[in-house]
Design a protein around this ligand. Structure first.
Ligand code: SAH
Ligand code: MG
Length: 195
């Protein structure tokens, strides 16, 4: 991986206020992926491809990442970034709304990274459970959303997002098929391992 190109992609995304994965969140996920060597990763929310590119180093041989994005401008930037690094055979972008695309997917994944519309997290969880292999792992980024999720703060304009993030946490922690940890790294990260 050309680290100079990767750093450029990261800096440009930060300048454009694109909410790419935070360094400490990436470190936590990277440490888990390093031991898991996943063959198939699904990402919901590509943006400009930064996180998918970072995850690609941990894929097993012939491993692939499917990633979903609906913003056409970001899809274009992501495709450019992926080709700059020669990762066209590892990272495949599905263009469109994840709410429509997820139900059309049928192959199973070792790892699923949820990082898109917060109001849709409960739906993304349902689809992820369907698409996850036994012993697979689901990561959900931004699960604590600036601390709103764990506070009694209710009147914020983002309350639909907060309600849905709380519902995600409730459903996944109560699900006997998963062991879940909620970490305060970055904007909050839920890690759910299927038993
Ligand atoms: N994973 C990226 C950041 C993703 S930011 C990284 O860390 O580098 C979240 C992205 O999800 C945005 O680009 C937004 O356009 C996209 N998104 C939000 N809701 C979506 C949906 N329902 N379907 C597809 N993409 C969605
Ligand atoms: Mg995020």
């Amino acid at each position: 991986m050309d680290e100079v190109i990767l750093e450029d992609i990261k800096q440009k995304a930060l300048e454009e206020h694109i909410p790419i994965i935070m360094d400490e969140t990436l470190e936590v996920i990277g440490n888990i992926l390093k031991d898991n060597k996943p063959k198939r990763i699904l990402e919901i929310g590509t943006a400009v491809g930064y996180s998918a590119i970072c995850f690609s180093k941990y894929l097993s041989k012939d491993g692939v990442i499917d990633t979903i994005e609906r913003d056409e401008n970001r899809i274009k930037q992501a495709n450019d970034n992926i080709s700059k690094l020669g990762l066209e055979n590892q990272i495949y972008i599905h263009s469109g709304d994840a709410v429509e695309i997820l139900p059309t997917l049928n192959e199973k994944y070792d790892v699923i990274f949820i990082d898109a519309a917060k109001g849709k997290y409960p739906f993304f969880l349902k689809e992820s459970e369907r698409l996850l292999k036994p012993h697979g792992i689901i990561f959900a980024d931004n699960i604590l959303y600036k601390g709103y999720v764990m506070s009694d703060y209710n009147k914020h304009k983002q309350r639909t997002a907060v309600r849905n993030l709380r519902e995600y946490i409730k459903e996944v922690t109560e699900d006997p098929n998963f062991d879940t940890e909620i970490l305060e790294v970055g904007d909050g990260l839920a890690i759910s391992k299927r038993r």
